[in-house]
Design a protein around this ligand. Structure first.
Ligand SMILES: *[C@@H]1O[C@H](CO)[C@@H](O)[C@H](O)[C@H]1NC(C)=O
Ligand SMILES: *[C@@H]1O[C@H](CO)[C@@H](O)[C@H](O)[C@H]1NC(C)=O
Ligand SMILES: *[C@@H]1O[C@H](CO)[C@@H](O)[C@H](O)[C@H]1NC(C)=O
Ligand SMILES: *[C@@H]1O[C@H](CO)[C@@H](O)[C@H](O)[C@H]1NC(C)=O
Length: 416
């Protein structure tokens, strides 16, 4: 198996017919015998009333999940950093993608396998975007990735008017799949649904407008809605979720220009936010390499590993550096959420990483990790989680104060 390749298999649960296979960083396809064995061992266990969920070898990890007793998903990852948690999230996202595009009914009652295989091709782009690393983190957090714009007030006003004129209550303005502004109702969609819609738009090839039927895996898995998207400038789309009316043409001809032409400059300036996720005028502490801020009420997040873009672009190995930062922040997030900030108490006890004394019951509110390549610090409040990635030269004792200051800036000044 190659370095950090990932294979994803989808089969029918009843008969084990392969529906598709996607992979990351691999030139090879899995052979039928490997596919057969992976599915066979799961089926064998099932027949013995054993639920096989995961296994690991020295260099790979395999997870199985059955959805609605109808679809089996299997993931095999050779990335030593991949956790069961992140792979489980991947499988959930992949199945949700299938519901989003096909609807739950056709997945639960498979009548024609060949037809289903063909229909499932429409999911490939979105599924592949979950397999490749990206500037977003919603695949892991199942929150909506956002950016903070200086012009959010004027853009919000414009979006609210536009959405209303299009007879909808659900609208959002997207840059590269990250939300700049969204209507109040949009924020009340199940966050998994909202996240998937954003990733869907950014995974499709650019188009001036679209009328895309979507099911909402949480909110409406069996009744489709229409997702209308309009490209305002390359990279920036406005989207609305609606019923049978209005027609795409009507919105495109009568509303897009009327509402968005007057704010074309603020729309264009959103493009500058894509990597950093917040305005260039805002300076954060020099020791911060990246961060993830989550608003726990709206399940939205602000995420970047390019806090100081000018400094970064001078480096030749920038791609590798950014990938390393992303991997570090993602694994710190997973560790912290599972081991320290988790609301779940197993048997009334919190399962910390360390062997704390018996009867130790209070919940951690802060946590940090120091390694040879970076430091990480996380803090939680009633409304937010903040995860910071630091350079190693930042004194460990000062991380808490820097985190507090950073939290204040985004939550107080920018109201995130
Ligand atoms: C954002 O606003 C601040 C102050 O209101 C201003 O100094 C800065 O230039 C603005 N940034 C952009 C990118 O428009
Ligand atoms: C927000 O996230 C939490 C934790 O993942 C989840 O329990 C809750 O249902 C989410 N809220 C919405 C509206 O999806
Ligand atoms: C795993 O993560 C560490 C940093 O946390 C990184 O140095 C290493 O390259 C990663 N391994 C893979 C296979 O991505
Ligand atoms: C963060 O700073 C604020 C104001 O400066 C202070 O009231 C608060 O106690 C600090 N919180 C922590 C966790 O240090």
């Amino acid at each position: 198996m190659e370095g950090s390749s990932v294979f994803l298999l989808c089969l029918t649960a009843s008969s084990g017919v392969p529906l598709y296979c996607r992979s990351k960083r691999s030139s090879r396809q899995l052979t039928f015998s490997v596919i057969g064995s992976l599915n066979g061992v799961h089926m064998f266990a099932n027949n013995q009333d054993v639920l096989l969920t995961s296994t690991r070898t020295e260099n790979s990890r395999v997870l199985w999940r059955t959805f609605h007793e109808s679809i089996n998903l299997i993931v095999m990852s050779c990335d030593s950093n991949a956790s069961d948690h992140s792979l489980n999230r991947l499988l959930e996202n992949v199945f949700s993608t299938m519901v989003l595009v096909i609807g739950l009914d056709d997945l639960m009652n498979i009548k024609n396998v060949e037809r289903l295989k063909k229909d499932l091709r429409a999911c490939y782009k979105l599924i592949d975007s979950f397999l490749t690393e990206s500037e977003k983190i919603g695949d892991l957090t199942q929150c909506v990735d956002c950016v903070i714009s200086n012009d959010s007030v004027i853009l919000q006003e414009c979006l609210d008017g536009f959405t209303q004129a299009a007879e909808s209550e659900f609208g959002c303005l997207l840059i590269g799949g990250k939300v700049v502004v969204a209507t109040e109702k949009w924020w009340r969609l199940a966050s998994l649904d909202a996240m998937l819609l954003c990733w869907l738009v950014s995974s499709l090839s650019p188009h001036s407008s679209r009328d895309y039927p979507v099911y909402l895996p949480q909110g409406s898995p069996t009744v489709p809605h229409r997702l209308l998207t309009f490209q305002l400038v390359p990279g920036v789309d406005v989207c609305i979720l609606c019923g049978p009316s209005p027609s795409l043409q009507k919105v495109e001809l009568e509303l897009v220009e009327r509402f968005w032409k007057p704010v074309l400059d603020p729309v264009k300036s959103c493009l500058r936010l894509q990597l950093r996720s917040f305005p260039i005028s805002l300076n954060l502490h020099q020791g911060i390499l990246g961060f993830l801020l989550i608003n726990r009420d709206l399940n939205k997040s602000l995420y970047t590993v390019q806090v100081h873009p000018f400094e970064d672009t001078q480096r030749s190995d920038i791609k590798c550096i950014l990938e390393h930062r992303r991997a570090s922040l993602r694994s710190f997030y997973t560790l912290t959420m599972l081991r320290y900030f988790s609301p779940e108490h197993h048997d009334g006890k919190i399962q910390y990483e360390e062997a704390f004394p018996e009867g130790f019951t209070h919940q951690a509110h802060q946590c940090y990790v120091v390694s040879s390549s970076h430091k990480c610090y996380a803090t939680k409040t009633d409304l937010h989680f903040l995860f910071l990635l630091f350079k190693t030269n930042v004194p460990t004792f000062s991380m808490r104060a820097i985190a507090n200051k950073t939290m204040q800036v985004f939550t107080k000044e920018f109201n995130f």
